[in-house]
Design a protein around this ligand. Structure first.
Ligand code: ATP
Ligand code: PRP
Ligand code: NIO
Length: 480
């Protein structure tokens, strides 16, 4: 590997567009881009916004170093040396607004708005989507797992199966945001302050002459509160009885066996039987941890079957978001500078979902003051004042405009917060603990029908009349 610099972590077409803008002298013209996704993953009723910390760090460190410039100079495009000099001076000077990490987010609403010289806004598209798509996807998957696990402990075990190293650590962080308790990845622990936890592998048992010896030696070496993996040979005939012997031995030394881990077989049957054995030996406090390709559906099933599992280790299915391995978040131009003002622009498509929503917009979460619950998200043009002033507004579904209602006793929470202004970081980023608390508060804002895992109700994301008319007008204008 030659570089840690992420400035060239972009698609070549961005640099080519930057070059063409520079050639024509339009590179300083301001442009506005929205980041949003069109479809919720996993059939879930919401997604959990994540990725902003990485985006912030990336933008602060955007610089074309000598290595990057030399590499660009070698490209078949033969960029002019003066362009490379322009890149040498590159720094992000724009504005970026973003929803805080942990926010519940929905299709069609901007999670991030970038207002910057087109030269800068174009460069960052690829990396911003890369970070936000992955982290939002994993946070959402983890939220589904957290929902079924309730108060049980959740350990993130995914690194060995993750799509490479960055995915492992940022995925561990995304899981922690929504309520996982710990990760097995020590680097994630060190980078983010996530509690790091670990049991032991089958290899530990296999590398001893007997399972009993392996357990005793492990318990002897490690401090209090060990977890023993009991399924290497025969869970009920050998693993659990040997763990019970180890627990006795530990007790004699003033230490405790914290848990046993089951990693194969019928987890309901084995956990019920193991619980009986442990309880019969006066060890009701020894917990049962399960792992083995678990996801939210298996956990829900195991619970319905009466499994006696207190803690869950989750790897592959979470870190790879196995049932839907990508979130299709996009970065779309919605306005560009024309003189002193922004001119809204649109992208038309035969598929109504793919028609972009033009203009510089804000997203407001409309919260009913009586119930304290979110009624809808309301996308209005930035200059609109009605919603800011708490005036009566019409909520209507842009794809079915006849479905509508008026609301007046509401609080409008402005979701896109300033993060960069004129290239300077203006937001104080929250700590991970603050993000976890905020995420829990977000969940409490929503009625359960939007949160349920299976066939959730669709939460309304509505356009203001002005934003809708702007969109309709531009569609008509472009119709031939
Ligand atoms: N009672 C259960 N109900 C539903 N799914 C279960 C139950 N017990 C285990 N599972 C899940 O079923 C799958 C079983 O995987 P698999 O067929 O590989 O068996 P295994 O026990 O892991 O075998 P191996 O000994 O090869 O590891 C895993 O995803 C596991 O989490
Ligand atoms: O099943 P996942 O959700 O992906 O969780 C991670 C898995 O990684 C380990 O297995 P592995 O076979 O890699 O190693 P081991 O020898 O320690 O069991 C562990 O035992 C889990 O089963
Ligand atoms: O600590 C563990 O038990 C662990 C860690 C990573 C993967 N599987 C299990």
């Amino acid at each position: 590997m030659r570089t840690n610099n992420l400035t060239l972590h972009t698609d070549k077409y961005q640099i080519n567009m930057m070059y063409a803008h520079w050639i024509h002298g339009t590179h300083r013209e301001r442009a506005v881009f929205d980041v949003y996704f069109r479809k919720l993953p996993f059939g879930n009723g919401f997604a959990v916004c994540a990725g902003l910390e990485r985006v912030t760090d990336y933008i602060q460190n955007l610089r074309f170093g000598e290595e990057e410039l030399a590499f660009l100079a070698e490209q078949e495009e033969q960029y002019q040396p003066a362009f490379l000099e322009e890149l040498r001076r590159f720094k992000f000077t724009g504005d970026l607004y973003a929803m805080p990490e942990g926010t519940l987010v929905f299709p069609g609403e901007p999670l991030i708005r970038v207002e910057a010289p087109v030269f800068e806004a174009q460069l960052i598209e690829t990396a911003v989507l890369n970070f936000v798509n992955y982290q939002t996807l994993v946070a959402t998957k983890a939220a589904r797992i957290k929902q079924v696990a309730g108060q049980d402990s959740l350990l993130e075990f995914g690194t060995r199966r993750a799509q490479e190293a960055d995915a492992a650590v940022w995925g561990a962080r995304a899981a922690y945001i929504v309520g996982f308790d710990a990760t097995s990845n020590l680097r994630a622990g060190m980078m983010f302050g996530i509690p790091a936890k670990g049991t032991h592998a089958h290899a530990w048992v296999q590398s001893h002459d007997s399972e009993e010896e392996a357990f005793l030696r492990y318990a002897e070496a490690l401090p209090d509160q060990v977890t023993l993996l009991v399924d290497t040979y025969d869970t009920l005939r050998s693993g659990v009885p040997n763990a019970i012997r180890a627990a006795r031995e530990l007790e004699a030394r003033g230490k405790r066996l914290q848990a046993i881990r089951l990693d194969s077989g019928d987890l309901t049957y084995l956990s019920v039987k193991a619980r009986e054995l442990l309880d019969a030996e006066g060890l009701p406090d020894v917990k049962i941890l399960a792992s083995n390709d678990l996801d939210e559906n298996i956990i829900l099933n195991l619970k319905a079957q009466g499994a006696k599992i207190d803690a869950w280790g989750i790897g592959t299915q979470l870190i790879t978001a196995a049932d839907q391995p990508a979130l299709g978040g996009v970065y779309k131009l919605v306005a560009r500078a024309k003189g002193d003002a922004y001119m809204p622009v649109i992208k038309i498509s035969g598929n109504p979902e793919k028609v972009t929503t033009p203009g510089v917009k804000e997203v407001y979460r409309i919260i009913n003051k009586q119930t304290g619950k979110a009624e809808a998200d309301y996308i209005a043009l930035k200059e609109e004042t009605d919603v800011k002033e708490g005036k009566r507004i019409k909520l209507f579904d842009p794809t079915h405009p006849y479905i509508h209602k008026f609301v007046e006793d509401y609080e409008a929470a402005l979701l896109l917060q300033p993060v960069f202004q004129s290239g300077e970081l203006v937001a104080e980023l929250p700590t991970l603990e603050q993000i976890r608390t905020y995420h829990r508060q977000q969940l409490a804002l929503f009625w359960p029908e939007y949160l349920r895992k299976l066939n959730p109700a669709s939460y309304p994301v509505d356009l203001s009349i002005t934003a809708w008319e702007l969109k309709r007008g531009l569609i008509e204008q472009h119709q031939v």
